[in-house]
Design a protein around this ligand. Structure first.
Ligand code: FES
Length: 141
């Protein structure tokens, strides 16, 4: 079942979180712990830092689950345009970055523009996306 995208607003930035593609790398939690804190119900508080700081941490989200929109600021394209990069991470997922069309087993197609992570360990609870289960599963590869 697809989970709903969460929206967190501050006057100068809106952060969205798509739990369906999160790989639980923890980059956001380490980057700005005052903003991203999973112990809170409202786990993203974009007003706890400046909009540029929040946007910078969101841009480092390796799964693309976090996105940010700032009024009057053009969206950054982490892939740098039309180039697609695919990187196999040691003991982890395949990281894809770029504008691609992802075809799923049920025949549906998902247009992706930016980073996302595909499971290659076989333990994800949300295939084909990595959900971070490779760590607890002790995946080596
Ligand atoms: S590679 Fe991350 S859950 Fe499989």
């Amino acid at each position: 079942m697809t989970k709903r995208v969460q929206v967190f607003k501050a006057p100068d930035i809106t952060v969205t979180f798509d739990p369906n593609v999160c790989s639980h790398s923890g980059e956001c939690l380490r980057g700005l712990p005052a903003v991203f804190d999973v112990s809170r119900t409202d786990w993203v508080r974009p007003n706890e830092a400046s909009a540029p700081e929040v946007a910078a941490v969101v841009a480092r989200c390796p799964s693309g689950a976090l996105q940010a929109v700032r009024p009057g600021v053009p969206p950054s394209r982490p892939c740098g345009g039309a180039e697609v990069t695919i990187r196999v991470e040691a003991h982890g997922p395949v990281r894809v970055n770029g504008p691609v069309m992802l075809e799923l087993l049920d025949g549906s197609r998902s247009e992706r523009d930016g980073p996302f992570a595909l499971c290659r360990c076989g333990h994800s609870g949300n295939p084909p996306y990595c959900d971070g289960s490779h760590g607890p599963a002790g995946f080596r590869g």
